[in-house]
Design a protein. Structure first.
Lengths: 158, 429
């Protein structure tokens, strides 16, 4: 099965408060031809495998930050992700490591954008903080617009 | 008097949170503490009051790397309590599932966590820039392990298809055929892995460990066997708690295990290999010999070679199991709960994982005890550093810190599992 050229990956653990942001944001997206939407835990090798063979990838994750709800758009194809921004998964191998491993192996899509929303609380079982919940629709809309732009570009190249 | 400390505040390339604190006084090693500060996770407590059938899925959540081990120890302990023995084809499927976890876990540790230490890279990413082909091989090898767990376990992480008595669904023979093709590639890649890691430089460090592993009459151990050691231990798993004890130490949220009256022991690849060389497949034995390993191994740095040999074995064994697979008549045995208790040890990638449950007449868990491999190895990790550090004291600070971390990574410690792990602090004085 050929994989969709565009992949949108929501990263996080829905049971850990603001860490749910990435997953909940991609759940708000409408299905669209040529775009695969996936949810992941943030484990680096799984992320790397999901990025392989794509032309475009959007990765959405919560990040540790001082301003809960603040949104960031990072062009990961252009430069390495800032260290220490994202939570880490098994063996300290998280989103930033997955993307950098993909870059080192020549497997990073030509277009790779990381959306990050700053979170305040990552406790197991705790509710999402209000500021992050308020930011979610805006985040989802930004992602949808970006998908639109990338999809149209794909269509022109097809 | 001069006093110096070496500190690693946060150990990299290990699972979970821990630190190392070493105190040196007048050029001698005074104290070594592997500080585990990952919060306790209370799994044993919240298993109380749950149904016996929930144990495999709840305990699988303890670890994202070795959930199969938790599921296997849980189902075998329950079956011990209820007097259930599973049919041969179900038992074979359990071994196949375990092969998948070993390939996945060992592949990750060899290529992404441990190899950078030997090749002088601070991370797998830095290593990948100059060793693309090797890292790709490791990733693909790990992926084959994932595919086994996906097919037999229902999904790659925290599988959902394991139950007390067997499985919810068993695969048809034709479903296993594509896996066999992938495993033939994986077996070659594992053989290449053994050759690759055998060429690394190893510090000349050996210790006289008490090596503890399962020993089975006919198989390299996964699910069953007696508990044996190179120092005369030969007990049924039911005698585990009479033989081993757990101690609380102030610097760790994980309990430390010891053999009653004797002290530290070592579990995991070195122990399994040294006690069970004769049970490896001819291909794995031949590869081990060609890699320069004897029939036993007491150099913890060579654990990377032993892991590679075990990965090769797991590929070989998985192929054998697929070839001999008969579709089970039933996916699970009938299980009738009864009051009592049951226990089991199975060989997680990092070593023996012990589970014991007490159950009431309806099969509700009234008491649970779980002893993971990393907490059993904690004392041996500290003892390795105490034994080897005096020979390294002339090293530059950065090199010394690295060597200490590498020594810990020999064990592929899973701190999250043990908390039920690392920052390094060396205090020189």
């Amino acid at each position: 099965v050929a994989s969709a050229p565009v992949i949108v990956i929501g990263v996080g653990n829905p049971l850990r408060a603001d860490d749910a942001a990435g997953v909940l944001a991609v759940r708000q997206l409408r299905p669209r031809a040529g775009v695969e939407i996936r949810e992941q835990s943030g484990e680096a090798t799984a992320l790397l495998e999901a990025l392989r063979g794509r032309t475009t990838a959007l990765v959405v994750d919560a990040a540790a930050g001082a301003e809960p709800g603040r949104l960031h758009r990072i062009d990961a194809a252009a430069r390495p992700l800032p260290q220490g921004l994202f939570g880490v998964s098994s063996h300290g191998f998280g989103v930033a490591e997955g993307i950098e491993l993909a870059r080192a192996l020549g497997a990073l899509p030509a277009a790779c954008v990381v959306y990050a929303v700053e979170g305040a609380c990552f406790d197991t079982g705790a509710p999402m903080s209000e500021a992050v919940a308020r930011a979610l629709p805006v985040l989802a809309e930004d992602i949808a617009k970006e998908i639109e732009i990338f999809s149209n570009r794909e269509a022109r190249h097809a | 008097m001069t006093r110096k400390t070496i500190k690693v505040d946060y150990l990299a390339r290990v699972e979970g949170e821990g630190a190392l604190h070493v105190t040196l006084r007048d050029g001698a090693v005074r104290d070594v503490e592997l500080r585990i500060f990952e919060p306790p996770r209370f799994f044993e407590a919240f298993l109380r009051g749950r149904a016996f059938g929930e144990a495999p899925d709840i305990t699988a959540r303890i670890c994202g790397i070795c959930p199969v081990a938790y599921q296997m120890s849980a189902v075998h302990a329950m079956e011990d309590a209820f007097g259930v023995t599973v049919d041969a084809p179900l038992r074979a499927l359990r071994r196949l599932l375990y092969c998948g976890e070993w390939i996945e876990s060992h592949g990750l540790h060899i290529y992404l966590l441990h190899a950078p230490d030997f090749l002088g890279y601070e991370s797998a990413i830095a290593m990948a820039r100059e060793h693309q082909a090797e890292v790709e091989r490791g990733l693909q090898l790990k992926k084959v392990g994932n595919e086994i767990v996906q097919l037999i376990g229902g999904r790659e992480i925290h599988p959902i298809n394991v139950r007390v008595g067997g499985f919810y669904r068993t695969p048809a023979r034709r479903e296993l055929a594509p896996l066999a093709e992938r495993l033939k590639w994986a077996r070659d890649a594992a053989l290449e892995t053994v050759r690759w890691v055998a060429g690394f430089d190893f510090p000349d460090c050996e210790r006289d460990y008490e090596l503890v592993a399962l020993r089975h009459p006919g198989e390299y151990p996964f699910n069953e066997g007696r508990l044996a050691s190179n120092k005369g231990l030969d007990i049924a798993v039911g005698d585990y708690e009479a033989t081993f004890e757990e101690r609380h130490v102030a610097h760790s949220t994980a309990l430390q295990s010891a053999i009653r009256g004797r002290g530290a022991y070592l579990v995991g690849p070195l122990a399994r290999y040294s006690l069970n060389f004769d049970r490896l497949s001819p291909l794995a034995q031949e590869a081990a010999r060609a890699a320069g390993l004897g029939e036993t191994c007491a150099n913890p740095y060579k654990s990377i070679v032993v892991r590679a040999v075990e990965t090769l074995y797991a590929c070989d064994e998985a192929l054998r199991l697929i070839e001999g697979y008969r579709e089970p008549e039933r996916a699970a045995m009938r299980v009738e709960p009864r009051a009592g208790s049951g226990c089991a040890c199975t060989e997680a990638p990092r070593g023996i994982l012990y589970h014991r449950y007490r159950l009431d007449e309806e099969g509700t868990i009234t008491e649970a005890k779980i002893v993971p491999p990393t907490s059993q190895n904690q004392s041996s990790i500290e003892d390795d550093l105490r034994a080897f550090l005096p020979g390294w004291l002339s090293m530059e600070e950065e090199a010394l810190r690295w060597r200490c971390e590498q020594t810990i990574r020999n064990y592929d410690p899973c701190i999250s599992c043990s908390c039920h792990f690392l920052k390094l602090e060396v205090e020189r004085g």
